[in-house]
Structure formats: structure tokens, C-alpha cells
Design a protein around this ligand. Structure first.
Ligand SMILES: *Cc1c(COP(=O)(O)O)cnc(C)c1O
Length: 387
């Protein structure tokens, strides 16, 4: 770990003299804050984003986390939300108005899609989904009223990348704001702001917290952009984390580097094992040389993270079920990013939302957790044998 990263994850933003010199920052579990004089209250009201007045705006424990997230994403400022979806929704809503048009990568996170298709449509904000594997598709989709681009590179089911530098350059030339959902890579494996993207969102539920015990989101960007979100949708929607959840996230960040590298190391072993297996038709993981966008992945990401999708060679759902039901070490669950390895069978989630109907029933997403990778591979082997 570099000294900078170690400092950032363990010390940055933690003014120990303000908390009895405790090694771990205290949780300031208070909704409001008091002032001895009108003058001091007035001064705080002027700086509601940086000073404690009311916890919906600023809370000291959340404030520590904001500094760490901003530094991790090479941004000037950051905000913390009660979920990743809230962070994405607040970001988009803060920069579009009725009559605007958004270009979004196809197959984004399901609730990002719902934001566009169901919520924003009602407010006369239209959208176009594009195949982001060719950045030029973003340019082709631009209309006179296009104001916002959404990227998610790679997306979290089929792991298609967008050339973020190219997409950002197209946006800049047209005065369009760009957002990247960077949950997959964590700030350690990819920094979209360095590639020209304006706003970076994460589901902090995943790698950033890393222990499957908090749902939260973050948004990072320039001071101007973050102030715009803060003064608009952040305060209005009020989708804030509790100070306790922020504190759990601060604790999770202390081991971020160890966790994401372990997950990525193991994913590489698992992906290579699966790629060679006769019952596996395809492994979607950009770290494999066989991935169609492997070169781009190597160019814009430092490493490829621990989430991958397999396509089984299975004639029917019963065969998929035999494989999944026999996996012992991969818990069957949505989400990812914690200690425990997970399996997410597409055929179990083709539900009333109808959002997964375009995916084959033979797809299973695997999250490679922190267990011994040899045990994970042995588990996959025995389940494949019994398929
Ligand atoms: C989980 C996830 C989200 C949504 O985050 P929540 O914290 O569940 O609201 C958004 N994007 C990606 C890529 C995710 O994996």
C-alpha cells in the first residue's frame, strides 16, 4: 500500500483532537447542533455544507467520509447518500430539467434504467440507450436538447466497457455533463474523473463498505457540481445515511485495498478455471484476454474486479438449478462486495419488473469474495460435475 493511500484510508479527515484523541473517530449521532450566539449560528447557516447545523445537510461523521471519498476519486468534494440509487437519482435530477434528453449506456443498473424509463419520462425528460462499446454511439445519439450522459463501465451483468476518455471528450465538446457509475471498479481500480468524467457515483453498499451490512451511496465531483447537487436534490430528497452507517463505511474503508485486491486476485483464478471448463459457454470478465474489450480494460482500469458472469451450457432451467443448488460456498443472494462469495442466477430474478427478460436463463453472476480461492474453485467444480 502506498503511504498516500494508507494515510487516506486510515487518517484523512479524522481530526482526533476533536474526538478525545480516540484512534477510531466517534459517531456523532446527533440530528442538530447548538450555538452560543446568533453570530455563530449565522456563520454556520452560511456554510451548511461544511459545518454542523442539521444532519440532513452536514454531520461530522459523514463529513469524514466525504473527505475520504473525494480524495479516493481524485475529486474536489463528495456527498454520501442512503443508497447508490439515491446518489445516481440525485445526480441526474440535479442537472436535467423538463424537455432535456439523456444518453445512457444500454443495460445499465436496473434502477438507473427505471429512473429514466419510469420516473424521468413522467417529467418530460427523454432518453436514448446506446451500445457503449463504441463511444461514437454517444455522439450519434446527441440531440439539440441533450444535456446529460450516463456511463457505467463496466456494467455489472455483461461487463461491457465504455471508452470513458472518448465519451467524456464528446460530452465536453457539446457542453454535456457526464456521470459514471464506478461501483464495479471501486476508486482503487478506476478513476473516471482522471479520464474527463464530471461525476462519479458508487453504490457504497458494495466494495466501499465491503461487509454486506450497510446500504449507502456516494457521489464525487468538482466543488461546483457537488454544490449544485447539495443545494438542489440532496437537501430536498434528504436521502442521507445515518451517522452510524457512515461510521461503518469509514471502518470498511480501512481494509478497502486488502479486500478489493484479494477479490480481484481470486476472480482471475476463478475466471481462468471457468473459461477452460467444457460446461461453461462463456465467461464475461474483462480481465480475460478473450474478452472483446480486454485492451480497453487494461488501458483505463488498473485492475479488473471480482464480479463476473458465466453462461452455462445447459439445455433447460432444471440443469441451471442443479448447478446453482449444489453450490455450497456461493450464497444465493443479490448484491455483492462483502466477505462472502455470492451467486445471482438470472433465471431466479426474471420477475414482474421484467428487466431481465432479455438475458438468457443460463446466465449466473458470481461474486468472488474473500474465501480461499482453491475452495471456491473446488466448489464450482463439484457443482458443474453434478449439473
Ligand atoms: C448495487 C448497485 C447500484 C445501486 O446501489 P444501491 O446501493 O443498491 O442503491 C448501482 N449500480 C451498480 C453497478 C450496483 O451494483
Amino acid at each position: 500500500m502506498t503511504d498516500d493511500l494508507s494515510h487516506l484510508l486510515n487518517h484523512l479527515g479524522e481530526d482526533r483532537d476533536l474526538g478525545y484523541d480516540a484512534v477510531v473517530p466517534p459517531i456523532v449521532q446527533s440530528g442538530n447542533f447548538t450555538y452560543p450566539t446568533i453570530a455563530s449560528m449565522r456563520a454556520t447557516v452560511q456554510q451548511e455544507m461544511e459545518r454542523p447545523l442539521y444532519t440532513r445537510g452536514f454531520n461530522p461523521t459523514v463529513g469524514i467520509l466525504r473527505k475520504k471519498i473525494a480524495a479516493l476519486e481524485h475529486a474536489e468534494d463528495a456527498l454520501v447518500f442512503s443508497s447508490g440509487s439515491a446518489a445516481i437519482a440525485a445526480a441526474v435530477l440535479s442537472f436535467v430539467k423538463a424537455g432535456d434528453h439523456i444518453v445512457c449506456v444500454h443495460k445499465p443498473y436496473s434502477w438507473t434504467k427505471k429512473l429514466l424509463v419510469e420516473l424521468l419520462e413522467r417529467f418530460n425528460v427523454s432518453h436514448t440507450f446506446v451500445d457503449g462499446t463504441d463511444a461514437e454511439n454517444y455522439r450519434r445519439a446527441i440531440k439539440p436538447n441533450t444535456t446529460f450522459f450516463i456511463t457505467e463501465s463496466p456494467n455489472s451483468l455483461t461487463f461491457e466497457l465504455q471508452d470513458l476518455r472518448a465519451v467524456a471528450a464528446i460530452a465536453k465538446a457539446h457542453g454535456i455533463i457526464t456521470l459514471c457509475d464506478n461501483s464495479y471498479s471501486s476508486p482503487l481500480f478506476q478513476n473516471p474523473i482522471d479520464l474527463g468524467i464530471d461525476l462519479v457515483a458508487h453504490s457504497a453498499t458494495k466494495y466501499l463498505n465491503g461487509h454486506s451490512d450497510v446500504v449507502a451511496g456516494v457521489l464525487a465531483g468538482s466543488a461546483t457540481h457537488i454544490r449544485q447537487v447539495m443545494s438542489k436534490e440532496f437537501m430536498t430528497l434528504g436521502a442521507i445515511p445515518s451517522p452510524h452507517d457512515a461510521w461503518l463505511l469509514i471502518r470498511g474503508l480501512r481494509t478497502l485495498e486488502l479486500r478489493v485486491n484479494r477479490s480481484a486476485d481470486s476472480a482471475a483464478l476463478v475466471a481462468r478455471f471457468l473459461e477452460d471448463h467444457p460446461r461453461i459457454k462463456r465467461v464475461h470478465w474483462p480481465g480475460l484476454a478473450s474478452h472483446p474489450q480486454h485492451d480497453l480494460a487494461m488501458k483505463q482500469m488498473r485492475r479488473v474486479a471480482g464480479l463476473l458472469t458465466i453462461v452455462l451450457d445447459a439445455p433447460d432451467e432444471a440443469t441451471v438449478e442443479r448447478f446453482c443448488d449444489h453450490l455450497k460456498r456461493f450464497l444465493m443472494a443479490v448484491s455483492w462486495g462483502g466477505y462472502e462469495s455470492l451467486q445471482w442466477p438470472v433465471c431466479a430474478l426474471k420477475g414482474p419488473s421484467g428487466y431481465y427478460t432479455d438475458l438468457p436463463f443460463t446466465m449466473v453472476r458470481l461474486y468472488i469474495g474473500l474465501e480461499d480461492p482453491a475452495l471456491l474453485i473446488a466448489d464450482l467444480q463439484q457443482a458443474l460435475d453434478r449439473m
